[in-house]
Design a protein around this ligand. Structure first.
Ligand SMILES: Nc1ncnc2c1ncn2[C@@H]1O[C@H](COP(=O)(O)OP(=O)(O)OP(=O)(O)O)[C@@H](O)[C@H]1O
Length: 464
């Protein structure tokens, strides 16, 4: 019996029918807190007073017929204590075999596995979401000759590490082309970091871009923080709206481009970086250089390979293809059936798309969501596009940088004048501009008084 219990991997205790311990191995003795020799020959009742713990299943199994099992905490360990009544072939009671299995590690592993399985599920979901959004973002739709030329150039410059300046109106696809450049480059496995210089407040821009050392300023993290440039290490950094970079940072960026190194805010140690720099802007950087708003040396460094993305109105062949591309995307996303009526595509072709591809994308999403039936018709379009359907494509624009108040007045003047010319009635002007008809009348009359030249308001429509 002794040899048998010693050979078992788990703790084991054998008790005779009278409740006396016959044999116990080291593992079981350790759990009970007594030497094996001190336990053998003693009764369960006596041991209950001497031992740190005794498995309760032993006594129960001794009295009953069935195997009993409990899970118990013993000195911080989780133990499964089972007791199996032993019988001779003639039915005589031989006692009880107690088996003690320490499942602390097993339990911990099981919990770890469960946690990992949960994390894995979450990552799987996230990955699927990312793949989905990447697939959505990645495809560059371009059939027009000017865009095919852009793609040819992109393919050629992607392979080398030169700085590329992406020029184009807002929403024309500079971000999409920047991402394509990264994907086609040898750095594709590295990170792609986009920084929108226009959306970061000037006071935060330096620390966001270049990071900071510990204690660089009040509120700085103790450990310091790496900036966006460092986050692009080994990959591509796309600085969108580069024209908004303040002069002090223009000098610092020049150093990054020339020497591939910089210092964090509050630091002295130079940080070496291996990044490819792409920059984007909708502004005339050369004009900014002339006006002293942009450093000429940085301009020339950025201007190594300029890539101009034409506005959507200059490449109408792309409009129907892009429209269908976005329609497919939003149909799937919203789980609805939608088609574009040919007259809608015609209206799209006549419209000037001042917000470029982004405006078309937003328009399609809005139409997919708001259209009442499966076919999107002309009547589903906003009034600005009905005008397009009649042939006249009004453009509203201001030239250059001017005081905001003047620019707003100019935009208002153009909107009112052109809308009146297009629709011929102040009711429709009001609808198109989202204002009350009486407001449209008042504003138009005010413009006429100022000699700003809108056509006369039809007499029958004049109101207070
Ligand atoms: N050729 C294209 N194919 C598919 N989608 C495009 C294309 N061009 C632009 N888009 C989509 O249009 C939207 C605007 O594009 P993007 O952000 O690249 O423009 P941008 O010129 O960088 O604008 P901004 O300067 O205002 O940031 C994005 O959602 C983009 O996915």
């Amino acid at each position: 019996m002794k040899a048998l219990v010693e050979a078992l991997p788990d703790g084991a205790i054998v008790v005779d029918p009278g409740g006396r311990v016959v044999a116990v191995n080291e593992q079981a003795a350790a759990l009970c807190g007594l030497p094996a020799a001190a336990m053998e020959g003693r009764g369960l009742g006596e041991l209950a007073g001497l031992a740190r713990w005794m498995p309760p299943s032993l006594g129960l199994a001794l009295e009953g017929e069935e195997r009993r099992s409990f899970i118990q905490e013993v000195e911080g360990r989780r133990v499964v204590a089972s007791a199996i009544p032993l019988r001779a072939p003639d039915g005589r009671r031989l006692g009880v075999l107690g088996l003690l299995r320490d499942i602390t590690e097993l339990d911990r592993l099981q919990r770890t596995v469960e946690r990992l399985q949960h994390t894995q599920e979450r990552y799987k979901d996230e990955l699927q979401g990312l793949r989905h959004s990447w697939a959505e973002r990645d495809e560059v739709v371009a059939v027009s000759a000017p865009m095919r030329r852009v793609l040819d150039l992109v393919e050629r410059v992607a392979r080398v590490d030169s700085t590329v300046l992406l020029l184009g109106e807002s929403g024309s696809g500079k971000g999409v082309i920047a991402r394509l450049l990264h994907r086609l480059s040898p750095r594709a496995q590295g990170p792609f970091v986009k920084v929108d210089c226009a959306s970061i407040p000037e006071s935060l821009m330096e620390s966001e871009l270049f990071g900071y050392e510990s204690g660089a300023f009040t509120g700085a993290r103790r450990a310091g923080k790496e900036g966006l440039i460092e986050q692009a290490q080994g990959g591509t950094l796309f600085l969108d709206e580069i024209g908004e970079l303040p002069p002090g940072l223009q000098a610092k960026l020049l150093q990054v481009i020339q020497e591939r190194r910089f210092t964090r805010v509050g630091g002295v140690r130079p940080v070496e970086v291996d990044v490819r720099i792409l920059a984007g802007t909708h502004r005339d950087l050369q004009e900014m250089v002339r006006q002293g708003q942009f450093r000429p040396d940085l301009y020339y460094r950025l201007h190594v390979v300029p890539v101009t993305i034409p506005p959507l109105r200059d490449r109408p062949e792309d409009i129907p293809v892009l429209a269908r591309h976005f329609l497919d995307r939003f149909r799937v996303r919203y789980g609805v059936e939608r088609h574009l009526h040919p007259e809608v595509v015609e209206a799209f072709l006549r419209y000037s798309w001042p917000g470029n591809v982004r405006e078309l994308e937003n328009m399609i999403e809005r139409l997919v969501v708001t259209a009442e039936g499966p076919v999107i018709r002309l009547s589903d379009l906003p009034p600005a596009l009905w005008g397009g359907a009649r042939g006249a494509v009004p453009r509203v624009e201001v030239h250059g940088i001017m005081p905001l108040k003047e620019a707003l007045e100019e935009v208002e003047r153009q909107l009112l004048t052109q809308a009146l010319r297009l629709y011929g009635s102040t009711t429709r002007v009001g609808e198109a501009l989202g204002i009350h008809q009486s407001t449209a009348v008042r504003k138009l009359q005010k413009l006429r008084l100022r000699g700003a030249g809108p056509p006369a308001v039809p007499a029958q429509e004049r109101s207070g």
